[in-house]
Design a protein around this ligand. Structure first.
Ligand code: NAD
Length: 243
């Protein structure tokens, strides 16, 4: 996939999937603006650190990326947080954090990016949902709900903005070997390496996803190779659907 001359904004750029995604986009020729709470040390054409819970920051990100890169062709809403537990174990803070990062920030970024892309003849937006946004798993009620919300928003935006030449899709990973997953194991007292290996035995392909497995699908959805894919929720699960 070829991204020469393309400009991309990636949120969650310092995370497990984000780091790999930025590296692969740049290796394929894209100019990349990276957004995360801290972006020090990430190789990129523009650094836009900040907190996605700040509406002013999220609203401004697409224009700032376009100004820094001289255009905006691709947006990847990859940042995310996971809160665990049933509804009865969910605090007000968990609720605001989950909705704020996983739903409100991508909404704000898409709302600001779409007119910029439309004025330029189009573009591609890739949101990061989850298998759990399609079929929920146990004890992560609010996380699952936020991923269902971003999946639904993606389908709606995919329909509503296709006529402007903007394709909006979502990637829906199952388990991925990143800090998000590993910190959850550590918090519950498991050794992350052992837990990841054991979890891999439950996947038909024999292992859970590595960040590269997800980043490559995001690159596909951002590229012209997926030119007729619009409003899709692309499940990437190694053959292990959440039942
Ligand atoms: P990660 O925790 O490694 O990275 C997430 C990044 O988002 C971090 O760098 C973090 O700093 C950033 N972020 C969080 N809150 C922020 C805020 N308020 N402001 C700015 N940045 C913020 O996680 P990951 O596994 O790389 O996850 C990437 C995406 O993939 C997320 O949307 C996640 O929900 C989704 N996902 C992950 C898995 C998995 O098993 N790891 C499975 C399905 C979906």
């Amino acid at each position: 996939m070829e991204f020469a001359g393309k400009s991309a904004l990636v949120t969650g750029a310092a995370g497990g999937i984000g780091t790999t995604l930025v590296r692969r986009l740049r290796a394929a020729g894209a100019q990349v603006a990276v957004a995360d709470r801290l972006t020090d040390g990430i190789e990129a054409e523009a650094h836009l650190p900040g907190d996605l819970l700040d509406p002013t920051y999220a609203d401004a990100l697409p224009q700032r990326a376009a100004d820094a890169l001289g255009g905006l062709d691709i947006v990847v809403n990859n940042a995310g947080v996971i809160t665990r537990g049933a509804v009865t174990e969910t605090s007000d803070q968990d609720w605001s954090l989950s909705l704020g990062v996983n739903v409100e920030a991508p909404f704000r970024i898409c709302r600001a990016a779409i007119p910029i892309m439309a004025a330029n003849g189009g573009g591609a937006i890739v949101n990061t949902a989850s298998c759990w946004g399609l079929r929920p798993g146990p004890n992560h009620a609010v996380y699952c709900m936020t991923k269902a919300a971003i999946a639904s928003l993606t389908q709606c935006m995919g329909m509503d903005h296709a006529h402007q030449g903007i394709r909006i899709n979502a990637v829906c990973p199952n388990e991925v070997n990143t800090p998000m997953l590993r910190s959850g194991f550590a918090k519950r007292g498991f050794d992350p390496d052992t837990a990841v290996a054991k979890l891999g035995q439950t996947v038909p392909l024999g292992r859970i996803a590595e960040p590269e497995d997800i980043a490559d699908v995001i690159l596909f959805l951002a590229s012209d190779a997926s030119r007729y894919v619009c409003g899709a929720l692309l499940e990437v699960n190694g053959g292990k659907p959440v039942s």
